[in-house]
Design a protein around this ligand. Structure first.
Ligand SMILES: *Cc1c(COP(=O)(O)O)cnc(C)c1O
Length: 242
């Protein structure tokens, strides 16, 4: 396949995939009696080259998600259509200074230490950073995030930090379980989200419940997700060294 035909084929695929994902989101929302406009679609663009991200943006995907600070900063200037960007990957303390002010939301805050550093760097440049707290809902040893048992107390603690504002919760459930089990994790997340919202904690707007990926966004929507993070189902499989 020539480079030119690869590019046009891939763009066509992205367009069809995006349409299908949007249809599935709408269907899932309607089926569970939810308003379609309450579920936001994030196009997860890790490993995707800027020209294809721009294509998705031109088709109306307004929100993108990236995992790695360096990768995102390297691509950002090549993105030509207005967009909102969230960081969704684990953040190391020494990368905080580079990402603060460069994304609209940092979804993957998984320790008090990282929250403090985001607050400190945000204050330095005179902004308030929007963050979500990541919950390790499945108690998965290989995953980052606060435990369901500690999350409420951590929201109280982190809400006191200057320079940040908590906007909600995000989660990545364990991969290797059946879909019905995943649904229970999503439902537990929703309960945590509601319980924390009800406490009306100072400096905390519980607006975003970020859960659901390519394989499970339908179940996540059925359980109350307000933001689904979809990569593969839009852009196809990730080729890490193309
Ligand atoms: C990669 C990634 C996604 C998207 O995963 P897909 O299965 O490709 O849809 C969503 N959330 C996070 C945190 C990710 O790292």
């Amino acid at each position: 396949m020539t480079e030119q035909s690869y590019i046009s084929e891939r763009k066509k695929m992205i367009e069809e995939n995006l349409k299908a994902v949007r249809n599935d989101i709408a269907e899932s929302a309607i089926k569970s009696g939810r308003d379609v406009s309450d579920v936001h679609l994030m196009a997860v663009t890790k490993t995707v080259e800027p020209q294809f991200i721009n294509h998705a943006l031109s088709l109306g995907a307004t929100l993108i998600g990236e995992n790695k600070v360096q990768e995102y900063l390297g691509k950002k200037s090549e993105l030509s259509v207005p967009f909102e960007a969230h960081l969704i990957g684990h953040l190391q303390t020494n990368k905080v200074r580079q990402i603060v002010g460069e994304v609209d939301v940092i979804q993957s805050v998984d320790s008090v230490k990282i929250a403090k550093e985001i607050g400190k760097q945000s204050e330095k440049i005179g902004i308030t950073s929007n963050i979500l707290l990541e919950v390790n809902i499945g108690g998965d040893e290989n995953k980052f995030g606060f435990t369901p048992e500690e999350i409420t107390e951590k929201v109280y603690e982190i809400s006191e930090i200057q320079g940040i504002r908590i906007q909600g919760l995000m989660t990545v459930p364990p991969f290797d379980v059946e879909i019905e089990k995943t649904r229970i994790f999503f439902s537990n997340m929703r309960q945590l989200f509601i319980d924390i919202s009800d406490k009306k904690i100072h400096n905390t707007n519980m607006e975003i419940l970020s859960m659901g990926m390519s394989g499970d966004f339908r179940q996540a929507i059925a359980e109350g997700s307000t933001l689904v993070r979809v990569g593969t189902a839009i852009f196809g499989s990730r080729y890490y060294n193309r």
